[in-house]
Design a protein around this ligand. Structure first.
Ligand code: GLA
Length: 386
């Protein structure tokens, strides 16, 4: 990663002249299991990955802000006092949304100075690996430090979440920011989205000789419009009809009543969420008792539920999952919101290239674009690098 730190320093100097005060970074994430449960107050089990967004930042002496990045030519400039969801569009809404959200969430920004910020990243964009949360969290930890706000990680999760929901306009849950801020090497983060209780769960992949292979289908997904918001609305409607505050309050035993009460589609959406919460708890138990070789069937079951009940998979993700399963993965599933993006496969180390070759062949045979494939490891959450 030290090369990326040099790159982001160099990018900052080139755009703004002068040296940045510091560099902060935050990772993308893979969700091991617990999909579309976060906004239902449920359980998730993501881990931060060794792909990060770096933010080089310097404070200014006035209230002006300039943001630039390796992924766009433009330098976006604005005054801190002008920040509002209406004033910024495009990629700059992610970093500037965080500055705005800090003010909304109780930090007193009346007297803080403006800043120059340059972003660089090796989290693939649009791959369902939370490149947005990586930007938000890198900027959140940077501003928290330089503005001496002393907000804890939990508060920063809320800040990133607010930036994405209220400034960018994507109605997502707290999964991505939690993974990016709370991640730990070789571990997943077990998060109860109702109480915000978290536990670090050892993954033990290395000792078990397992790799997590990411298969980026290249099919782009856009959360802000359409499917994601619709699924969320279905879950809320289901909870309301069943007389509960959120679907988290239901267990598998409640499903027969739900089937009698709800229309077919809403019932399937509810069944996914209820069974997925149970699968997260089972995964945590199995990781503790038996290690990662025991969780493959739960990953497979999660994918089937997302495909058939929640209907957020796409043919490319299904093909990635089936092919990986057929050629040696012990479990595989789509990860993230769906409608495109990436699948993950848990693969014995010596079979990774065999699985990759099979995926290449299967995608070519179906006339799908070549998928981007790489292994990831569980990495530390957001921090200061330099
Ligand atoms: C996206 C959202 C998350 C979560 C997942 C689905 O990644 O950003 O909040 O809802 O989809 O589990």
């Amino acid at each position: 990663m030290s090369e990326l730190i040099d790159d982001v320093h160099a990018g900052f100097e080139q755009r703004f002249g002068g040296k940045a005060d510091g560099v902060w970074s935050a990772p993308g994430r893979v969700n091991l299991i617990g999909e579309h449960t976060d906004y239902n107050d449920g359980f998730v089990l993501p881990f931060a990955i060794n792909r990060r967004t770096f933010a080089a930042l310097s404070l200014r002496t006035d209230r002006h802000v300039r943001v630039a990045s390796s992924f766009a030519e433009e330098v976006v400039e604005i005054d801190l006092d002008e920040l509002s969801p209406e004033t910024v569009q495009g990629w700059a809404a992610y970093p500037l949304g965080v500055a705005w959200a800090l003010g909304q969430d109780g930090a007193d920004l009346a007297a803080v100075p403006g800043f120059d910020l340059f972003l660089d990243s090796n989290v693939p964009v649009g791959a369902g690996l939370s490149s947005s949360a990586a930007i938000e969290c890198a900027v959140a930890v940077a501003l928290n430090d330089v503005w001496r706000l002393e907000l804890d990680r939990r508060a920063l999760v809320g800040v990133g979440h607010r930036a994405e929901n209220d400034f960018v306009g994507a109605p997502t849950g707290i999964l991505d920011q939690s993974a990016s801020l709370l991640g730990r090497t070789d571990s997943a983060i077990f998060l109860d989205c109702r109480s915000f209780d978290t536990e670090v769960i050892a993954l033990g992949l290395d000792a078990a000789g397992l790799e997590v292979l990411v298969i980026d289908t290249g099919v782009t997904h856009e959360h802000a419009n359409g499917g994601y918001a619709e699924r969320r609305a279905s879950c809320e409607a289901g909870a309301k009809t069943l007389g509960v505050g959120s679907l988290r309050e239901l267990t598998v035993d409640d499903l027969s009543r739900a089937r009698e009460t709800l229309d077919g589609e809403t019932f399937r959406r509810v069944r996914h969420v209820v069974t997925e919460n149970a699968r997260v708890l089972d995964t945590v138990r199995l990781l503790r008792e038996q290690g990662p070789t025991a969780i493959g069937d739960l990953l497979d079951a999660s994918h089937r539920s997302l495909r058939d009940d929640f209907e957020v998979s796409v043919p490319e993700l299904d093909l990635a999952v089936e092919t990986a399963q057929n050629y040696g993965a012990i479990g595989a599933r789509m990860t993230g919101g769906g409608f495109g993006g990436s699948a993950i496969a848990l693969v014995p180390g010596h079979l990774v290239s065999q699985v990759q070759v099979a995926l290449d062949g299967a995608f070519a045979e179906h006339g799908y674009a070549h998928p981007d494939m790489f292994t990831v490891v569980a990495d530390d959450g957001a921090h200061r690098d330099a």
